[in-house]
Ligand binder design. Structure first.
Ligand code: SF4
Length: 382
């Protein structure tokens, strides 16, 4: 915090303050006292506000899940048409200086580590481009000694002609570093808060720079100020009560949407998966809960992208695709070198559940009436 300027502090506090106004007890009390009539009213006239959000996420909304799903699907069609955007993650390093208890890349785990050279990363990206992907997400564990900012700038410069969009999911940067990356061709920033509950956050992040909850909360806005066009947020589901996490994720999205209105916002629903270290999630998040969360957020955030990764099973992905998802990954590998390098000496971050190829996923999307989008300026592509 001491490194932040006064102006930055003021900005940070505005969302931190808003978050502080919603302690777990208040969220729980609001949801528990929501009644059928409130849910029906929220379904009739959903508003982009906290009240609609907790009403649609409440236990009282569960009997109306089908109506919620229908409305969510309709709203998504009205706002996004029949498009479904495909992207691929490219893991470039699994070195990490943090010790997140739930993650396979935790620095305390004895796993095989590697960082791709620039040439190796370009080879992996070229493979993905040849598969047809035009949206690339560069992912790395949080250790800038192995993959410094200049590394990502070099990659973006080399890859910008192959991809319509290059996003990053890496360690938090300073604003000027994000600006260096936007100048090189990076246009999207994904930074999950993991959990919006400060106590759970402190427990889950015992060591490394990631211990600083506020710094992480703030960094995504640094990216927005540096010119990132797309911002991605999310909470890791399974760490804490899902209703409260979904509610606070929605609050964050509403705040970012208002403050950084030029940016396209994306919300993800990453659910805990088996990973090195054998961490057991403290709470269970059912498929039904994922559906309620997705649909409630869609009605409150009609213009936000909703993202689904291969963490989820084929069954769930196929079923919730039409309910509100607008961006989806396919054929993902979560270890550095996983696509082309047969890199047995590099561990993955978590187990992928849906291993279907891009072509198979394109087929599924078309069967469901979508025009798969692999690049922004060309709506359909075989
Ligand atoms: S979640 Fe991210 S920061 Fe935490 S250990 Fe894994 S890679 Fe590192």
């Amino acid at each position: 915090m001491s490194r932040l300027s006064n102006m930055q502090n003021a900005s940070l506090q505005s969302f931190a303050e808003s978050l502080n106004r919603w302690p777990a007890e208040i969220i729980s009390q609001k949801m528990q006292t929501t009644e059928r009539r409130h849910v029906l009213s929220a379904l009739k006239t959903p508003r982009p506000d906290p009240t609609t959000l907790y009403q649609l996420l409440s236990p009282a909304a569960e009997p109306y899940l089908e109506t919620l799903a229908r409305q969510s699907a309709l709203t998504t069609r009205q706002r996004f048409g029949h498009t479904m955007q495909f992207y691929a993650p490219l893991y470039v390093s699994n070195y990490c200086e943090n010790a997140c208890r739930y993650c396979g890349f935790n620095r305390r785990n004895q796993i095989a580590r590697s960082a791709l050279t620039r040439e190796q990363a370009v080879k992996e990206a070229t493979f993905l481009a040849e598969q047809g992907f035009r949206h690339l997400l560069l992912v790395a564990g949080e250790d800038r000694r192995h993959v410094p900012v200049g590394y990502f700038a070099d990659l973006a410069q080399q890859l910008r002609t192959k991809f319509a969009s290059i996003s990053i999911e890496i360690y938090p940067l300073e604003q000027k570093e994000y600006a260096q990356l936007t100048a090189a061709g990076v246009d999207g920033l994904t930074l999950y808060q993991e959990t919006y509950d400060r106590n759970v956050y402190a427990d889950m992040h015992p060591a490394g720079a990631k211990k600083d909850f506020d710094r992480r909360l703030y960094a995504i806005e640094d990216g927005a100020r540096a010119g990132m066009d797309k911002l991605g947020i999310g909470a890791l589901l399974g760490l804490s009560d899902w209703r409260a996490e979904a509610f606070r994720t929605g609050l964050h999205a509403l705040y970012l949407q208002k403050k950084h209105w030029r940016c396209q916002l994306a919300v993800s629903f990453p659910r805990m998966r088996k990973a090195a270290g054998g961490f057991n999630p403290p709470t269970n998040v059912s498929d039904k809960a994922i559906v309620q969360m997705l649909c409630a957020l869609r009605l409150v955030l009609p213009d936000a992208e909703m993202v689904l990764s291969t963490r989820e099973s084929q069954f769930l992905r196929d079923h919730i695709l039409p309910l509100g998802i607008t961006r989806i990954s396919a054929a993902s590998k979560t270890n550095p070198g996983g696509y082309t390098l047969n890199n047995e000496d590099s561990s993955d971050q978590f187990e992928v559940q849906d291993n279907r190829s891009l072509q198979e996923m394109l087929k599924v999307a078309r069967q469901k009436g979508y025009d798969p989008v692999l690049k922004n300026w060309d709506k359909t592509l075989d």
